[in-house]
Design a binder for this molecule. Sequence first.
Ligand SMILES: CC(C)(COP(=O)(O)OP(=O)(O)OC[C@H]1O[C@@H](n2cnc3c(N)ncnc32)[C@H](O)[C@@H]1OP(=O)(O)O)[C@@H](O)C(=O)NCCC(=O)NCCS
Length: 204
Amino acid sequence: MEVNLPATSIRWVQPDAPRPLVPLATTRLTSARRGIESPFIMQIRPAIHADLPGILEIYNDAVLHTTATYDYEPRSLEQRTAWFVERQRDGYPIFVAIDDAGRVVGWSALNPYHARIGYRFTAENSVYVAAEARGRGIGRLLLGPLIEGAKTRGLHAIIAAIDAQNEASIRLHVAFGFEKAGHFREVGFKFGRWLDVVYMERLV
Ligand SMILES: CC(C)(COP(=O)(O)OP(=O)(O)OC[C@H]1O[C@@H](n2cnc3c(N)ncnc32)[C@H](O)[C@@H]1OP(=O)(O)O)[C@@H](O)C(=O)NCCC(=O)NCCS
């Protein structure tokens, strides 16, 4: 299913190519959901090293306050840097959303799905938007380029493992043609309760 993104030109740049100086997408967003009336400018571009503290902060906030990830402990900048270096080395795309103040307000990435070689054409995705910026369409802006990036990387399938109660993430993935492929009951445990995980898949 194709999605009508805001009127922007979205262009994928080879992971090993020099970092573009211009954003992949610049768009003006408003938030009807939160009743925020003033529009703001959002840029989507490949992540660079300097974005890592912002990426880390968004992830760690989700670790502490949500079941979007089943990590319990915040990660360190060293761990996030090692992740970034590995993704760069292996050609997996990472994108960031930058607001008009230059802050990282969201990120998306592809990660290897499984170490066994026969799974090498499959990736698992991550999409995280800062708590105060959710519900404004930034998740949508971040997921589109990721799918394009998967095509460029020669991947065949993208899997999203989503907490079954994460309605926003499920809706986001449905909007990009992901289909429910499985529902695992009580495979996660966080905040004192068992959690179901929905697997969604999109063939590239
Ligand atoms: C999931 C997440 C990435 C979505 O990003 P977002 O910028 O908030 O979402 P968008 O504004 O682009 O909206 C995407 C879809 O989610 C829906 N949505 C957004 N917030 C929602 C909410 N609180 N409840 C229900 N649906 C919601 C939107 O309506 C839209 O669906 P539609 O196209 O059917 O209308 C974001 O909420 C987030 O970072 N959550 C915490 C981390 C997380 O859950 N990551 C995903 C792990 S699998």
